[in-house]
Design a protein around this ligand. Structure first.
Ligand SMILES: N[C@@H](CCC(=O)N[C@@H](CS)C(=O)NCC(=O)O)C(=O)O
Length: 228
């Protein structure tokens, strides 16, 4: 990769998953803040990069990319790190969990954070139902087989995605006391080991997410911008 990559981000947003990967891969990149306070993700300029009006976008030498899971996979494939290569037997399960995070766990969390986008009449009822659903999803991941990436020291695309997904329910989406990572010891171990990685520390410092962003999340104090 010759031209530096450009990450359009807001602190503690899904862009953090991508920042984790960029730091893990030691890739040169610069960041452009999307101002959540003024709805920058819906501005005309941003919509030319991502017509969905959602963060993140990664500008690459071949054009802008949106969707967190796709960006992580793109980075993994180009670097040969973070994801087993195509013919490796571990590739299938790794893809399976990456897509599960992008397709199931993350969209379910969005119902907690943006209930008004999913119901016109009963946002709090939706949030209550969603907390139950998320608890079941975390239970499923806790006891999942074919998820060795949860138990290893090695960085992965799935790890970069999961870390923030273990953080956000503790901080956002109205009532948060339903979420206690101690219920899921395997996920807790993952969170503690992933946040201790030098790449995670650099990424967390850049966005003011504190020393234990995944296992003991505190509200962020970013040097610029806002999470919501
Ligand atoms: N499926 C998208 C979801 C991204 C997403 O939910 N981004 C949030 C920030 S974490 C966002 O842009 N929210 C602002 C909004 O919904 O207007 C992806 O994975 O990139």
């Amino acid at each position: 990769m010759t031209k530096p990559l450009i990450l359009h981000y807001a602190p503690d947003n899904a862009s953090f998953c991508v920042r984790l990967a960029l730091e893990e891969l030691h890739l040169p990149y610069r960041t452009v803040l999307v101002d959540r306070a003024t709805g920058g993700q819906k501005s005309a300029d941003f919509l030319t990069l991502n017509p969905n009006g959602l963060i993140p976008v990664l500008e690459t030498p071949h054009g802008p990319l949106f969707e967190t899971g796709a960006i992580l996979l793109w980075l993994a494939d180009r670097s040969g790190i973070l994801m087993p290569p195509p013919l490796d037997p571990a590739r299938g399960p790794a893809l399976q969990w990456l897509i599960w995070l992008a397709n199931t766990l993350h969209p379910t969390q969005r119902m907690l954070f943006y209930p008004d986008q999913y119901t016109a009449t009963a946002p709090e009822a939706l949030r209550t139902r969603t907390r139950t659903r998320l608890t079941a999803l975390f239970d499923l991941l806790e006891s999942a087989s074919q998820a060795d990436w949860l138990d290893t020291e090695a960085p992965s695309a799935q790890g970069c995605y999961l870390g923030p997904l273990l953080r956000w329910p503790a901080l956002y989406g109205g009532q948060t006391d339903w979420f206690d990572l101690r219920r899921w010891p395997r996920l807790m171990r993952f969170a503690q080991s992933y946040e201790a990685r030098p790449a995670a520390r650099r990424a967390s410092d850049a966005e003011g997410l504190g020393p234990q962003p995944f296992s003991a999340p505190l509200p962020c104090h970013p040097p610029e911008g806002s999470a919501v």
